[in-house]
Design a protein around this ligand. Structure first.
Ligand SMILES: [Zn+2]
Length: 582
């Protein structure tokens, strides 16, 4: 144990690929007596208590080859009844079969893990250097991580170092026979690894496009100066069908559908690929906005409990505003495509009755029990701090631009300087807006962030040269319903507050079987059948099944429900905003 490179040392190996088990050996050079150990209940960036300890098993402890008694004190804490200052060795297994970016995975094809799933925290030694030694589960595999290598082989297996526990668990590992490429931006080495890519994958195009995104983001924050990290790793897992990402200090774990990857010999840009580029842009922007500039409440994470903040509308919402905007600025999408993406965000917010119930500050605070625990009532009771937060950013940017003193870009950079790329509060944002915008933005923040009234989107967009038209809404939206029709049955997922379906008495979970209209009865299999059989009738009887009872509901089909369609009106003005000019 003498030559371990850090006082806290983890060895990670595969216990069984078929059983999806990692074996972890943790050596604590100088334990306390007793020594307390804990596994996090959540992973920063994903605001839900996930109870990672449910996957930990067969925990044992030894000192000088003699067993040490362990006592579990609650769901995620253990106490080792050891002697102080002699190396304490703990071994345990972690079940890893969650194919998401948040926990851990291990099978014959691939391995992935976050330290929050695999690394017990040695209480009292969180601030000391940590080492992690990762052994290769299969001969042909490679390893990738944002951690600093200490002694690793050319495939990336070996020992890595972290300054403290926070850094250790903020640097996930990707293991496997992945595709990999390197590039340099702003003087910093970047690596992109892709697991599960099909043969058609056009890696060169992904790298060229990612390079543009990184360059634009670095210039956004620092102009020509170096970014605040020494190297960066994108870890993308391509699967049949999934989407998501999790930000880290100098890496990100991403998941996407294989169909969304660019294909060799096909120069078109699919909608799926544009979405993937938006995800890459989003997570990379987080390297500054939430991993460094971050809520004061996240100055030090508490891994044992929910970490509450009212500011996710800023960190997720503003990041969502800039992810697509930076795609436009680096030329990966055009004005029309950008407005189409913005349009989608606007319609999502306008179609959520919960925007009149909850402010984005409340939505941020409640993320742990609401945004991350969605159910049939979510659209009625909550508003997404991602989508509405992005629109708050839009409104602030367009207001600042209209007043001609500054842009939101200037505000972001000034905030970064003011908070030294560290913890911030809403007061810091308010002070920065006032300093750069030439007046206080108290009223706007109160109404848009802490209030539930509509945002002044239309006048601000029109002022920026965007044309706003209203189209008839799709049938689901007109009826105030969200449905899933599969195998010939219309399943009601959500009944929107104040809509025609709610007035008629529909409930989530109902199966909509048929309609009676003009003296006829029809079995319907999809929502479109409604217009087919109802014709010009505005009143009909809906037949639904609820808990095996058949109910007849009197439904009036509404008229005049609309959604927005944005298009480029005054090209010059739109261009000035979208290209980042003042
Ligand atoms: Zn995000």
């Amino acid at each position: 144990m003498k030559n371990t490179p850090a006082p806290v040392h983890y060895r990670v190996e595969a216990a069984s690929l078929h059983a999806h088990l990692y074996r972890v050996t943790l050596t604590v050079d100088q334990p306390a007596a007793p020594q307390c150990l804990a596994l996090p209940v959540w992973i920063p960036g994903s605001y839900l208590v996930r109870e990672f300890s449910k996957n930990l098993q067969r925990l044992t402890a030894h000192q000088d080859s003699r067993p040490v008694t362990l006592r579990q004190t609650d769901k995620n804490h253990w106490e080792a009844d050891c002697v102080a200052s002699r190396p304490l060795v703990l071994t345990y297994e972690v079940y890893a079969f969650d194919n998401s970016v948040r926990t851990a995975w291990l099978d014959t094809q691939r391995g992935f893990f976050n330290g929050t799933s695999l690394c017990l925290r040695v209480q009292g030694q969180e601030n000391r250097p940590h080492a992690i030694e990762v052994l290769s589960p299969q001969a042909h595999w490679e390893a990738a991580t944002g951690l600093t290598p200490h002694k690793v082989d050319r495939r990336g297996f070996g020992t890595y170092l972290a300054d403290d526990y926070d850094e250790l668990v903020d640097c996930p590992f990707e293991l496997g026979p992945f595709w990999s490429a390197q590039f340099k931006v702003g003087g910093v080495a970047h690596r992109f690894v892709v697991a599960g890519a099909p043969r058609s994958f056009d890696g060169a195009r992904l790298i060229a496009d990612t390079h543009k995104i990184c360059e634009t983001a670095i210039r956004f924050w620092h102009d020509r100066k170096r970014p605040p990290f020494k190297h960066y790793v994108f870890m993308l897992n391509a699967v049949d069908d999934s989407y998501g990402g999790l930000e880290h200090r100098n890496s990100t774990a991403l998941i996407c559908g294989r169909r969304d990857l660019p294909r060799a010999g096909d120069a078109r840009q699919s909608e799926g690929y544009t979405t993937l580029l938006g995800l890459i842009s989003h997570e990379y922007f987080h390297t500054w906005n939430v991993k460094r500039l971050r809520p004061a409440e996240f100055a030090r994470y508490d891994y044992d409990h929910e970490n509450y903040t009212q500011l996710l509308w800023f960190f997720e919402g503003f990041t969502s505003y800039y992810d697509d905007l930076l795609l436009r600025r680096c030329g990966l999408i055009d004005d029309a495509t950008y407005l189409r993406l913005l349009n989608k965000t606007i319609n999502q917010v306008m179609q959520a009755p919960g925007r009149e119930v909850q402010s984005v500050a409340e939505a941020s605070f409640d993320a742990w029990v609401k945004y991350y625990r969605q159910d049939e009532n979510t659209p009625n009771a909550t508003i997404s701090y991602y989508t509405k937060g992005a629109l708050v950013a839009l409104c602030l940017d367009l207001t600042l631009r209209a007043q001609g003193k500054a842009t939101l870009d200037d505000v972001m950079r000034a905030l970064w300087a003011r908070c030294k790329g560290g913890p911030m509060t809403e007061a810091d944002l308010a002070a920065t807006l006032k300093a750069l915008g030439g007046r206080a933005y108290t009223r706007e923040l109160a109404a848009w962030v802490h209030g539930t009234r509509e945002l002044p989107l239309r006048p601000l967009l029109e002022g920026a040269g965007v044309q706003v038209q209203e189209d008839a809404a799709a049938l689901q939206q007109s009826l105030g319903l969200r449905t899933a029709d599969s195998s010939g049955v219309i399943q009601i997922k959500t009944v929107l507050r104040g809509g025609a379906a709610e007035q008629a008495g529909f409930a989530a979970g109902d199966e909509w079987l048929g309609i009676e209209v003009g003296g006829e009865g029809w079995r319907i299999a999809k929502l479109d059948d409604l217009t087919l059989y109802a014709g010009t009738h505005r009143k009909l009887t809906a037949v639904v099944a609820r808990d095996r009872r058949l109910l007849r509901l009197e439904l009036s089909l509404p008229v005049g429900v609309t959604t927005w369609r944005l298009s480029v009106g005054k090209t010059e003005r739109v261009r000035a905003w979208l290209t980042g000019a003042a």
